[in-house]
Design a protein around this ligand. Structure first.
Ligand code: ATP
Ligand code: FE
Length: 324
């Protein structure tokens, strides 16, 4: 089955084509430069940019995959969560295509897309899994009992993991997105030089919560004291990674699940990968270009969940949309 997937939930336009669970093309137009000078994503500019680039990206994806638009058998798009104006561009575009082609339409949850990105190279993998989504807007730990059955085990109590990397990067005068910048600078620092306390974990049964705001404050204090920036980056990264790993490993222990998907932009962090690899779990990470927002992951999720029936075109997009 040839599936077209579209994601315009935030500041990246993503168009991907997937056949039988294999990624044929995955084109992403990043808006990082557009929003950089505002210090954050400007929703109206994001929507406008999506409308300007989406046609061209679709053409490129079709050319790269070597398929024609009329060969597409299912048109999928992110329904939410995200910026509503941005979401509506891709979501409505996909509905229009489905209608014009006479093909079914699939409304996909953005986080479900992130989840299935981790399995892009492993279509044979089967649930149950633990799944950590660590991105710009989420630090969520799910138990995936079966395709489409998600139980939220824990989430962040304050900032998302990626958001914390972005905020600390800004404190250090680094560029956006902050994760890769921190990772680069940390390689030159001493991770033990600056004291960072380990954040508290959510406690009690079923509670696997994260917290990153204390780390951000500790980084601010260290910057104010004029400590070495590479040491601050290395110390922050060490503790952020250890915090993520320790919550996830506690959940693995308690649930008996030894398979973990790690996804979202922070899944690209090599320190996090290294730390989890030590723990002896069976790990799945997204391949290159699929950890951050993209269209192929939306197509993959739609393909995994395909039951033979599409979603109604009347189903609205949703800025707020819980997964579990
Ligand atoms: P959401 O999916 O929650 O709405 P998003 O789609 O904006 O958020 P992603 O695109 O999945 O988030 O990830 C972007 C985030 O990942 C940014 O916060 C970025 O700093 C972080 N990130 C990217 N690479 C790395 C890295 N190597 N180390 C740590 N963080 C990283
Ligand atoms: Fe995302």
């Amino acid at each position: 089955m040839l599936v077209l997937g579209i994601d315009t939930s935030c500041d990246d336009t993503g168009v991907g084509l997937v056949r039988g669970g294999r990624v044929l093309a995955n084109k992403v137009a990043s808006q990082t430069l557009l929003h950089q000078r505002f210090g954050g994503v400007v929703p109206e500019l994001a929507s406008r940019e999506h409308t300007q680039v989406i046609d061209g990206l679709l053409e490129q994806a079709l050319a790269e995959a070597g398929v024609r638009l009329r060969d597409v058998e299912l048109v999928a798009a992110t329904r939410g969560p995200g910026l509503i104006g941005a979401l509506l561009v891709g979501y409505t575009y996909a509905k229009g295509l489905a209608l014009a082609l006479g093909k079914p339409f699939a409304a996909v949850h953005h986080l479900e897309g992130h989840l299935y990105a981790a399995l892009a190279d492993h279509p044979e993998a089967l649930p149950p899994f633990l799944a950590l989504i660590a991105s710009g807007g989420h630090s969520h730990l799910f138990r995936v009992a079966a395709w489409g059955r998600y139980e939220l085990l824990g989430a962040t109590m304050d900032d998302a993991a990626g958001e914390a990397f972005d905020k600390v990067a800004r404190l250090l005068g680094l560029g956006y997105p902050g994760g890769p910048e921190i990772e680069k600078l940390a390689a030159q620092g001493d991770p033990q030089a600056v004291p960072f306390g380990m954040p508290l974990q959510g406690q009690g049964p079923g509670q696997y919560a994260f917290s990153f705001s204390g780390l951000k404050t500790a980084a601010l204090r260290a910057v104010e004291k004029g400590l070495n920036k590479a040491d601050i980056a290395a110390g922050f990264q060490r503790v952020a990674v250890e915090h993520l790993a320790s919550v996830v490993l506690r959940a693995a222990h308690d649930t008996g699940l030894q398979t973990l998907l790690v996804t979202g932009g922070v899944a690209q962090n090599r320190a996090l990968r290294g730390r989890l690899e030590q723990a002896g779990l069976r790990l799945f990470f997204p391949p290159r270009g699929m950890a951050t927002d993209n269209g192929a992951m939306i197509a993959l999720a739609a393909w995994r969940r395909w039951s033979g029936q599409g979603d109604p075109l009347s189903l609205p997009a949703a800025a707020y949309l819980p997964l579990a």
